[in-house]
Write a protein that binds this ligand. Structure first.
Ligand code: 5AD
Ligand code: SF4
Length: 459
């Protein structure tokens, strides 16, 4: 029987991938994607636990969904409500205690069991909690990936983390580090390319720690080996990976940024802080100097590489001087984009119980100063593109009617006027303006691979 499933995704790209895979798992049961929770027979909140704000959002959304469920129940319809993802893993049965209208709770490693959970929830009228913690099991049991991701696809190759940064919940919500076998990743990549993907983003909480069994010659494959093999796939034109740890930036991975044209000149390499003292307290296991060394080496092999990072301000014990070290690191590196956060106390993590918590006002001020600096760098980077011709992969509608949005090789969002032959293709675009978060451009000539035409493509 045909049913509708609505999944709301919070948090990181790994959750976006998991959402796609949950749809794959539920499709054989007759569930297709709903546009909104109002249209749905089942709602899954695929949640994020990384910061307090992400957590709170889940409960406020649940409040709204409850009203819809009540309305449906009153008119004799059924609606299953599930909380999956990292809040599910972290809070488990507590969620059902706090919100009894939630029928199912599960974590990021157990969604392959959704069909069984749904059967149980219908039979027992809710109360299902499934917090299994074995990624091997999940990847073995998931159905083949569907062709539904389009020209730009996500592929999870690694999950979990063994680094135990003192602020982070990931080792507790996603578990220990696990790499999918080389052959399985290659099969999934080929399937995605057959389904139209021209770009693949390799995902992992700590993706550059990838060490997949069964690489060439039976060896363990590192991320550079995987990128090298993926680059041989005809039709795949762009490879990216995220998110990485400086400690796992091996020399062969740095080198492949210089030698493999399909690997895009953009790297998200979070450093979190520029202060050695704070890095130590964060248990990052490296000093700022290692980070600078990696950046220098990367720029030697790929001078135009665009860099991005995550920063946490107001980590417990962070002094003004420590914060200035972070500002100086940002000045020295120069970023194309930055994600910055006020430190958020996460239950169960070591830093949460540190007595030297930084006052909210101080965090706020530091965040504002840091963001002002990175915004300057971001605008300068985007404006330096003006007048240049860039290769852009167009994969979605722009904000306004008649507009298309794509990504430059450096991960910038580029808006152009929609024209035939652009969507789904990599096209040369002359950049006309650069802003804080985007570029605009004109298609200098239309050359789409599908039609092989230069000049105006009327298809
Ligand atoms: N508080 C603030 N930011 C955090 N991050 C992870 N944990 C916390 C926390 N407790 C940030 C880090 C990480 C990104 C995904 O989220 O910068 O790289
Ligand atoms: Fe959030 Fe981390 Fe879970 Fe991703 S893995 S959803 S960032 S808590």
């Amino acid at each position: 029987m045909s049913k509708k499933l609505y999944i709301k995704t919070y948090g990181c790209q790994m959750n976006v991938y998991d959402t796609v895979r949950m749809h794959d798992v539920m499709a054989p049961l007759g569930y297709s994607a709903a546009e909104s929770y109002e249209d749905a027979d089942m709602v899954i909140l695929n949640t994020c636990h990384i910061r307090e704000k992400a957590d709170e959002k889940v409960y406020s959304d649940l409040g709204r969904i409850r009203k819809e469920k009540d309305r449906k129940t009153a008119s004799g319809e059924k609606m299953l409500v599930a909380v999956g993802g990292c809040v599910g893993q972290a809070e488990g049965a507590e969620i059902i205690k706090r919100a009894p209208y939630v029928d199912m709770v599960f974590g990021p490693q157990s969604y392959h069991q959704l069909p069984e959970m749904v059967t149980k929830a219908i039979r027992d009228n809710g109360g299902v909690v499934e917090l299994d913690f074995a990624p091997v099991d999940k990847f073995d049991k998931l159905p083949e990936v569907s062709n539904s991701q389009g020209v730009s696809a996500f592929l999870s190759v690694q999950e979990g983390c063994d680094k135990f940064c003192s602020f982070c919940v990931v080792p507790y919500t996603r578990g220990v580090e696990y790499s999918r076998p080389f052959a399985t990743v290659m099969t999934e990549a080929r399937k995605l390319v057959d389904g139209g993907a021209k770009e693949i983003m390799l995902l992992g909480q700590n993706v550059n720690a990838y060490h997949g069994e069964g690489g060439q010659g039976g060896k363990i494959a590192g991320l550079a080996d995987l990128i090298d093999a993926l680059a041989q796939i005809n039709g795949l034109e762009r490879i990216r990976y995220t998110t990485s740890h400086p400690r796992d930036m091996s020399y062969d991975l740095i080198a492949i940024h210089g030698s493999e044209a399909k690997l895009m000149p953009y790297l998200h390499l979070p450093v979190q802080s520029g202060s050695d003292e704070i890095l130590k307290k964060m248990n990052r296991k490296h000093k700022a100097e290692l980070y600078f060394d990696i950046i220098d080496r990367l720029r030697k092999v790929r001078h135009d590489i665009a860099l991005s990072s995550d920063f946490i301000v107001g980590f417990p014990g962070e002094t003004d001087e420590n914060f200035e070290d972070t500002m100086n690191l940002i000045r020295r590196v120069g970023y194309a984009s930055v994600y910055s956060f006020k430190y958020s106390q996460r239950p169960g993590t070591p830093a949460a119980v540190d007595e030297n918590q930084v006052p909210e006002m101080v965090k706020q001020e530091r965040l504002a100063r840091l963001q002002a600096l990175v915004h300057e760098q971001q605008i300068a980077f985007n404006q330096s593109a003006v007048g240049k011709t860039m290769k852009v992969l167009f994969d979605r509608d722009g904000k306004h009617d008649g507009q298309l949005l794509g990504k430059s090789e450096y991960m910038q969002s580029v808006y152009v006027k929609e024209a035939p032959g652009l969507r789904g293709n990599i096209v040369d675009v002359k950049i006309t303006a650069g802003f804080l978060n985007s570029l605009t451009g004109e298609v200098s000539y239309l050359s789409c691979e599908r039609h092989g035409c230069t000049g105006s493509c009327a298809a």
